[in-house]
Design a protein around this ligand. Structure first.
Ligand SMILES: Cc1cc2nc3c(=O)[nH]c(=O)nc-3n(C[C@H](O)[C@H](O)[C@H](O)COP(=O)(O)O)c2cc1C
Length: 363
């Protein structure tokens, strides 16, 4: 699959998740088999571009190309400015967020809320494409199936966006109104794919190689995008792409490999955020890595009290050394999802994801 001039190595992409898919996490996912990852969204509000949060999000040092930046906002001229600003800072692809319920920007809801105002959504796309075209930068877009069950306008909008020059569209199979409730549906994604010439990416609830294969077959989409299932399991991208290519499963990673990956992830994370913020924001990642592992819940509770990088690294190393004495490999994705620790965790997580997404929106 291609996005403009960029050819992707496989059909498995990382879904943008504010507060999660920062540069260390994206790099790890790409190293472990994701063909492509979009940055966490950057606000179109110029007054916030110099904040620490936005400058961290716009830092692409060492990032594997193509560098794709997602922008969020509600005003066409401001979105065009934001696109130009990010292109000047190294973005090779600009992605427009019409996929998640982003916080209010300039007293209006951005992200998927834009799907309710079709003329404004199209004006934004046209302005961003006009700002990117002189630099040869492709514009992509992420959307939901519609505003609500009775207003599923993804196909109409996607056609208009393609006409305006968008070069790839990712569709999350839920409406804005649904949030993360219920199950993703893939009929609308199939309809979008059938209506367009440009690549279409299917997203929503893809959590195993088999599910990825089934969604690709059902929708005819060019690729899948995986979000929540990659939290604490960044190797899922390699597992899925291997299965799609060969029809066989990779063995789950060795406990020793996961220990090494997580320690490297943490070091990279501390480098970007510094000790105070780094230790605190790393807790959720560590929690995701261990949540389906024996003793993971207790370890997570104790680990949340540690306040220095050194203590956090030592605790993680000790936990995995102990685990290695009990098992050689971490459980595979299906086993992990049905473990007793996991069952309890899933309900808590759904709630947490919703809250986190609101919190981590661009402001
Ligand atoms: C914590 C969190 C943050 C998210 N942030 C964004 C975002 O910044 N931009 C966006 O387009 N979608 C965002 N999303 C939506 C995801 O990209 C994806 O569409 C959604 O999680 C469904 O895919 P999944 O079932 O594979 O997780 C976010 C989702 C989560 C859980």
């Amino acid at each position: 699959m291609n996005i403009g001039p960029y050819a992707l190595a496989n059909r498995v992409l990382v879904a943008p998740m504010a507060g999660v898919t920062d540069r260390p996490f994206r790099q790890l996912c790409k190293k472990l088999g994701a063909a492509y990852a979009v940055s966490e969204m950057v606000t179109s509000r110029r007054d916030l571009w110099d904040t620490l949060k936005t400058s961290r999000r716009a830092n692409h040092e060492g990032e594997v190309e193509p560098i794709a930046v997602q922008i969020a906002g509600t005003d066409a001229a401001m979105m065009a400015d934001a696109a130009a600003y990010n292109v000047a800072r190294g973005a090779q692809i600009i992605d427009i967020n019409m996929g998640c319920p982003a916080k209010k920007v300039c007293n209006k809801w951005a992200g998927s809320a834009l799907m309710q105002d079709e003329p404004l959504a199209l004006a934004i796309v046209q302005a961003v494409v006009a700002a990117c075209a002189p630099h040869g930068v492709p514009v992509t877009l992420k959307m939901r199936t519609g505003w609500s069950e009775t207003h599923k306008n993804a196909v109409r909008l996607a056609r208009a966006f393609e006409g305006a020059g968008v070069q790839m569209i990712a569709v999350h199979g839920r409406t804005r109104e649904q949030g993360y409730k219920g199950l993703a549906e893939y009929d609308t994604i199939a309809a979008v794919k059938a209506a367009l010439q440009i690549p279409v990416v299917a997203n929503g609830d893809i959590d195993s190689p088999e599910k990825a294969r089934d969604v690709l077959t059902y929708t005819g989409a060019d690729a899948v995008m995986v979000g929540r299932a990659a939290q604490g399991r960044p190797w899922i991208f390699g597992e899925i792409s291997h299965f799609l290519e060969t029809g066989t499963h990779l063995a789950p990673p060795l406990v020793a490999q996961v220990k090494r990956l997580l320690l490297e992830h943490l070091l990279d994370h501390y480098t970007l955020y510094g000790e105070f913020s780094g230790v605190r924001t790393a807790r959720k990642h560590i929690g995701w890595y261990v949540k389906s592992l024996p003793g993971g819940a207790d370890f997570r509770a104790g680990m949340n009290l540690l306040e220095s990088c050194e203590q956090q690294l030592a605790a993680v190393a000790d936990y995995f050394d102990g685990l290695q004495a009990r098992m050689e490999r971490v459980p595979g994705s299906l086993a992990a999802r049905s473990s007793p620790d996991q069952a309890r965790q899933n309900t808590e997580d759904q709630q947490e994801q919703q809250e986190q997404q609101q919190e981590e929106a661009p402001l």
